[in-house]
Design a protein around this ligand. Structure first.
Ligand code: HEM
Length: 485
């Protein structure tokens, strides 16, 4: 198939999105979908399972372990009869979602912190799981040795298709594209956004029912973050929930409720709609004077105005998913964490000045993106292992954020902990999250407004987790607000 890679230029009409999106849907180069979800869930657990199935040898070996069965010694992971081998949903361990994996990472950190895993999946292949805080930092801050190309998730893009986005690029191209969009989330623009976000947060919270169960994810987390994203894109207001839908379509499992009743073409159809919609906005803005919105910045920016359609789309997906899901899931996570830790909830309500610190602790505790992938550009020694040129590496932020050697009582949620900003959730180095201050701002505002209104938010049932090993988040979170202040 031929993908149209002509530069977008000035005022091209909608392009043939069908071919393009069939690939995006399959790959989502950076934000996986369907099969990719399963493959990535396979990764870390497979790493342990294959030990259990006979992965061999001394765990302190210098390089990759031998294939199973090549020598006699085996370490059982998980031990026979270990309940970790399946969960109540009846999934095999290798398909467990992120809410079920902490015990596996704990063992990896303790016994084999730089661990070679064979996924058994063609598109993933073998890869190194890096699970300790300092090792992750060593990889993330060394972009010369650890490249982000061609993608930041474990499955490789198809050979005839890549969806470029600057999170999955190395310098110099990464740097100039990042620079093009970063003013939108820099201090002066955040100062302009603050009162807008606050006004919206107030409206959203005032609309929450009292004494009646509702879904916090839909009513609050999605609503606020989608409104912010719509403002960044200067996206038609009445259509803003399309952004949520497309964000979900790019990341959700194909069994997800959003696809229900639409047949197997539904996920693809949703992404066709996304691309066509954004092409219309490009075409309108490319011939208008530059404006301070993301689309205008992209179509007028020197480093981005000649992007082809694939690259435009890749960067849009980066901004939609990166900017939306992560913050949404942290807002939901903050309600859950405070519910599970009533002493911390009390501390917060008695000391509202702790809100910024609580926000950072929640971002660590939640770790909305579980990992980023890199590829070694040359041989490198890490944690006593030799990573070979060309090897894939998964930096498991979700594990590094629980590293007891760096973070005191890492499994506890402590809103006033020392060095609360010392976490890996935003990454480090040249790809460190460009939107981190905007994420923190939204969380700070929503909690300032919650504390003005509600003495308590009770979680009334188990949240439904996103079925992914990349995005750690919530599809639903049932709550009741018993009374208003
Ligand atoms: C709690 C919320 C968020 C979390 C946990 C998060 C996490 C991350 C992580 C882990 C990375 C990659 C870091 C690395 O490779 O070292 C990243 C990059 C990025 N994030 Fe975020 N993010 C959040 C919010 C946002 C928001 C609100 C936006 C945009 C408005 C955003 C836009 C981006 C972009 C564009 C990149 C790519 C940066 C680059 O490659 O230079 N993120 N984020």
């Amino acid at each position: 198939m031929v993908v149209d890679q002509r530069p977008l230029g000035r005022g091209d009409g909608p392009f043939d999105s069908v071919e393009l999106l069939s690939h995006i849907h399959a790959r989502a180069a950076g934000f996986h979908h369907a099969d990719d979800v399963a493959q990535m869930a396979f990764g870390p657990l497979q790493a342990l399972d294959d030990v259990g199935m006979g992965l061999v040898g001394d765990m302190n070996h210098d390089a990759r372990p031998n294939p199973p069965g090549e020598d006699g010694s085996t370490v059982a992971y998980p031990p026979p009869g270990d309940t970790l081998s399946s969960n109540e949903r009846g999934r095999p361990a290798c398909r467990l979602p992120l809410d079920a994996v902490p015990p596996y990472f704990e063992r990896l950190r303790a016994e084999d912190p730089v661990h070679w895993a064979e996924s058994g999946e063609e598109e993933v292949g073998g890869y190194w799981s890096v699970t300790k805080f300092n090792d992750i930092m060593a990889v993330d801050t060394n972009h010369e040795v650890f490249s982000s190309e061609p993608t930041i998730v474990l499955p490789d893009p198809a050979e005839d298709f890549t969806l470029p986005m600057f999170i999955a690029m190395d310098p110099p191209k990464h740097d100039v594209q990042r620079k093009t969009v970063s003013p939108i989330v820099a201090g002066p623009n955040l100062a302009k956004l603050e009162p807008i976000i606050r006004e919206r947060a107030a409206v959203i919270l005032d609309d929450c029912p009292i004494g009646e169960e509702f879904d916090w994810v839909d009513k609050v987390s999605i609503e606020l973050t989608t409104m912010t994203l719509a403002t960044l894109f200067d996206f038609p207001w009445e259509d803003r929930r399309k952004l949520t839908l497309w964000s979900d379509a790019a990341t959700a499992d194909e069994d997800a409720p959003i696809f229900e009743g639409g047949g197997e073409d539904r996920p693809r159809a949703m992404l066709f709609e996304c691309v066509d919609y954004f092409m219309r906005l490009w075409n309108e803005r490319v011939n208008a004077p530059p404006q301070p919105d993301l689309i205008s910045m992209l179509c007028h920016g020197e480093a981005t105005r000649d992007m082809d359609r694939m690259e435009y789309l890749g960067n849009l997906i980066l901004l939609i998913v990166g900017g939306n899901d992560t913050t949404r899931n942290t807002i939901s996570g903050s309600v859950l964490a405070l519910h599970q830790n009533p002493d911390q909830d009390r501390k917060l309500r008695e000391n509202p000045e702790l809100i910024p610190s609580m926000v950072s602790e929640t971002i660590r505790w939640q770790t909305p993106l579980a990992y980023m992938r890199r590829r070694a550009t040359r041989d490198f020694e890490l944690g006593g292992k030799t990573i070979r040129e060309g090897d894939k590496i998964a930096m498991w932020y979700v594990s590094g954020n629980r590293d007891e050697e760096v973070i005191d009582r890492p499994n506890d949620y402590i809103i006033d902990r020392d060095r609360v900003r010392q976490h890996l959730s935003f990454g480090f180095g040249i790809h460190r999250c460009v939107g981190n201050r905007l994420a923190e701002l939204q969380l700070k505002i929503i909690w300032e407004e919650i504390l003005k209104r509600f003495p308590k938010i009770e979680v009334t049932g188990a949240p439904r987790m996103v079925n992914s090993s990349f995005v750690k988040g919530y599809e639903t979170l049932p709550v009741i607000i018993p009374t208003k202040l």
